[in-house]
Design a protein around this ligand. Structure first.
Ligand code: GSH
Length: 212
């Protein structure tokens, strides 16, 4: 059984791997955590590069299966542990919306955030994965604004973990505009016990990183 496989999670705080950490707590499964200190170059050690050649977190090793990329890991885990109900079945028509908004974060929103922070504006926005900020924002406000209470409706899914973590990051770091639509959605996330538990466990590492 897939759920019998040993699960190891490579994590660093603060980083994108916090999204996977939250996901693991939503699933309520057992896992081992290997903390990497990225400032000490632990992501560049040969043992780690053997499983993630980019030397980035997160990575999971599940039995013999290695998965990298935060959204791919969350997608994989939701399918591996269907009893948690975090992903619609493959033959459910809503699976299209599920995959679409799940991968909207890394494929479309994150590149927009990075360009925004770097104040980069392409002359020809047809080559941007997100077209341009002015086009992306109403789409994002519409998707999040229609969350009732979650993006796919009544059921909380992996979309809310991945998209939710991205929206949260964008608001906290002032990349996204202040808007009640985002604030209400983030408040729902903050109220989730799994989110709170992951944050609580990350807190000492976060404090150490901030202390330098
Ligand atoms: N595409 C990867 C990006 C992961 C990533 O950029 N991780 C950063 C932390 S947020 C990292 O490991 N940085 C360390 C480094 O580049 O040395 C994903 O979505 O998981």
């Amino acid at each position: 059984m897939i759920s019998d496989r040993k699960l190891t999670f490579y994590h660093a705080v603060p980083s994108r791997s916090s999204t996977v950490h939250w996901m693991l707590h939503e699933l309520g499964i057992e896992f081992d955590v290997k903390m990497l200190d990225l400032r000490k170059g632990e992501g560049q050690r040969s043992e780690y590069l053997a499983i993630n050649p980019l030397g980035k977190v997160p990575t999971i090793v599940h039995g013999d299966t290695v998965v990298t990329e935060a959204a791919a890991i969350c997608c994989y885990l939701a399918d591996a542990y269907p009893e948690a109900g975090l992903a619609p079945a493959v033959d459910d028509p809503i699976r299209g919306d599920y995959l679409r908004w799940l991968f909207f974060s890394p494929s479309t929103i994150e590149p927009a955030f990075i360009d925004r922070v770097r104040q980069y504006e392409a002359e020809d926005c047809s080559q941007n994965s997100y077209r341009n900020w002015e086009t992306l924002m109403p789409i994002l406000l519409d998707v999040v604004g229609k969350a009732d209470p979650w993006v796919l409706g009544q059921k909380f899914t992996t979309v809310d973990v991945v998209l939710g973590a991205t929206i949260r990051f964008g608001c906290i770091f002032g990349i996204l505009p202040t808007d009640p639509v985002f604030e209400v959605y983030i408040a729902r996330i903050d109220a989730r016990p799994a989110y709170q538990r992951a944050q609580e466990l990350d807190a000492p590492y976060f404090a150490a990183a901030m202390a330098g």
